[in-house]
Design a protein around this ligand. Structure first.
Ligand code: NAD
Ligand code: TYD
Length: 332
């Protein structure tokens, strides 16, 4: 099978590339990535000499490039996005053009050049907004609260409409918060690992009681792959970790595991429009795909911390790329 992955040099996309390159049913994997601040070529360097792998440095917003690549694929798995909520609050422009217009370009390419191919839109529980009690189901209303989640919701709704209107083989996956190797250290877990280890302040927004449902990235990738193979077009599949934790709990666990000090915690100004809690029902994915998250949080966090410890060069290179963003923490 010929697969086009978008965003394969990012966090989840690169873990997905690693998974697919182990699968001999994949005869060719093309990775389209613009190498933004969050895309790192070293994330897929294991495959650079592999004949089954092709890297194309390019932008989803380049319509003719997108048309050329989509027309060659049997399966398109769309991860590429601007993905950081805080950045979307500060400057949403790229979120609109990449996440909405970029996804639109892929869908147009599918419709016009390759209507028999399968398309998987990789999305997030954040499109449902925040939930006080219970869990989001695939039928929950779409009520995004940040420019990031609104842009993802826009793309999801376009994907849905291209299935409904043109009968294309499109499905959507939505996962909870991923953690694991190769995540850019602007998101909670890698940021805290990096700063805890360096003896720096650990900036917790508000009082740290917001809740996220954490999934180890490889479990999400296995779910997305199952959805690619067995999912039904027009449907939404949830991949949650069944692992709800407050941010403060997560930070305490990182402090314990890295030998850092509780005094490093610093409560800082809360995020604007900060979603209180996310929680996903995975019932449909269990029943239809036979999928469940396999990695428990203690095991996953300890693998993640070890990966960052063993990959100091990666962390150094990536940190240099996001130096401007990290200036916000200066003066600690
Ligand atoms: P990431 O920010 O680590 O990686 C995004 C990748 O997309 C990067 O390699 C970047 O270079 C590439 N990219 C960005 N703009 C592009 C453009 N215009 N053209 C081509 N490539 C471009 O993101 P991630 O955390 O790996 O998330 C991947 C997907 O999963 C996103 O769609 C995100 O919304 C979704 N998701 C992420 C999480 C999470 O916890 N990280 C949870 C649920 C869903
Ligand atoms: P993040 O990793 O940015 O993911 P998302 O906002 O998509 O869920 O943030 C996870 C949680 O951690 C969120 O409630 C915000 C909080 N947070 C902090 O408290 N401090 C930080 O420095 C960051 C980046 C996040």
């Amino acid at each position: 099978m010929k697969v086009l992955v978008t965003g394969g040099c990012g966090f989840i996309g690169s873990n997905f590339v690693h998974l697919l390159m182990k699968d001999q049913s994949v005869s060719k994997l093309t990775n389209l990535d613009a190498l933004t601040y969050a895309g790192h070529p070293q994330n897929t360097s294991d495959f650079k000499d592999d004949d089954r792998y092709e890297f194309v440095e390019g932008d989803l917003r380049n319509k003719s490039l997108v048309f050329d690549l989509v027309k060659e694929a049997e399966l398109i798995v769309h991860f590429a996005a601007e993905s950081h909520v805080d950045r979307s609050i500060e400057s949403p422009d790229e979120f609109i053009t990449t996440n909405i217009v970029g996804s639109f370009n892929l869908l147009e390419a599918l419709k016009n050049t390759n209507p028999k191919a399968r398309f998987v839109q990789v999305s997030t529980d954040e499109v449902y907004g925040s939930i006080q009690e219970g869990q989001f189901t695939t039928k929950s209303p779409i009520e995004p609260n940040s420019p990031y989640s609104a842009s993802k919701a826009g793309a999801d709704l376009l994907a849905r409409s291209y299935h409904q209107t043109y009968g294309l083989e499109i499905l959507i996956t939505r996962s909870s918060n991923n953690y694991g190797p190769r995540q850019t250290p602007e998101k909670l877990i890698p940021l805290m690992i990096q700063r805890a280890t360096a003896g720096q302040a650990l900036p917790v927004y508000g009082d740290g009681s917001n809740v996220r449902d954490w999934i180890y990235v490889e479990d999400n990738c296995l779910g997305v792959w199952q959805a690619c193979k067995k999912g039904q077009a027009g449907k939404v599949y949830h991949f949650g970790g069944e692992c709800e934790k407050s941010n403060l709990e997560v930070v305490h666990q990182i402090i314990e595991s890295t030998g850092a000090n509780k005094d490093q915690i610093e409560f800082v100004k809360d995020r604007l429009g900060h979603d209180w809690r996310y929680a996903l029902s995975i019932e449909g994915s269990e029943k239809e795909l036979g999928w469940r998250p396999e990695t428990d949080f203690n095991q996953g966090l300890s693998k993640t911390i070890s990966w960052y410890k063993e990959n100091g060069d990666w962390m150094k290179a990536v940190s240099q790329k996001i130096e401007t963003w990290m200036k916000r923490y200066e003066g600690d």
